[in-house]
Ligand binder design. Structure first.
Ligand code: GRF
Length: 213
């Protein structure tokens, strides 16, 4: 399956739950014409989370779908209602702390769902990737930008970027360096997906990866 960039700028919906530094970095890069996507909306599941301040700054519509009071299936029904009224090509997860059901992933199988995870997958899945690597005594860490499939932190890898954990580093220093690298690379990789030819390449053992052509 080959992807050839069309003349159209991909439209994206960003999902976030927290601080929102990756969302901010994407909005900034779009404004500075370094990332050729159009941010149509921000969907959050935690009311007033940090990402909302950047949505206001960049005039992006915010949809709050509070997940704290709803079971997953009802929450996803509410997301569908919102997405039905938005034209978009990709869902971009930027610190969205909810796992989608298989039904959700299948429903949007004609779109791309992209995530950034704070570890070099398949190591350290789940939450607090930098902390996990630090506690394990890893000498490198980094992030993985990947397509989302039905398994958590598993889909086709698009890009991985690493940095060294020095013996003298504190966990705070690692997390700071980690998020700085994420904020630099996420918009860049989204721009690569928008502007280059790429395909999803099948590997043995049913693995897949994204290959730029
Ligand atoms: C990032 O570390 C990202 O990799 C992970 O959640 C964190 C979100 O940070 N999925 P922010 O909200 O974008 O600042």
């Amino acid at each position: 399956m080959n992807r050839t960039p069309s003349n159209l700028t991909p439209s994206i919906v960003v999902f976030a739950s927290g601080r929102g530094s990756n969302f901010k970095a994407i909005c900034q890069s779009v404004r500075d014409k370094k990332c050729n996507v159009k941010v149509q909306a921000l969907i959050i599941n935690i009311p007033n989370c940090g990402a909302t301040q950047f949505a206001k700054e960049y005039n992006i519509p915010i949809y709050t779908i509070d997940s704290t009071t709803m079971k997953r299936s009802d929450h996803e029904k509410e997301i569908h209602k919102v997405l039905n009224n938005i034209t978009f090509d990709w869902i971009v997860l930027a610190g969205y702390m909810r796992i989608f059901s298989s039904e959700f992933i299948q429903k949007y199988s004609n779109k791309f769902i992209i995530n950034i995870h704070p570890s070099l997958l398949p190591s350290f899945k789940g939450i607090n990737g930098y902390q996990q690597a630090f506690n394990f005594g890893s000498k490198i860490t980094g992030h993985t930008i990947h397509l989302v499939d039905e398994e958590c932190d598993h889909g086709a890898i698009i890009s991985q970027n690493s940095f060294e954990i020095k013996d003298t580093d504190s966990i705070n220093a690692i997390e700071e360096r980690g998020i700085e690298l994420e904020n630099k690379m996420y918009p860049k990789v989204l721009n690569d997906l928008a502007s280059k030819n790429w395909k999803i390449h099948d590997l043995p053992n049913q693995r897949k990866k994204v290959v730029f052509l």
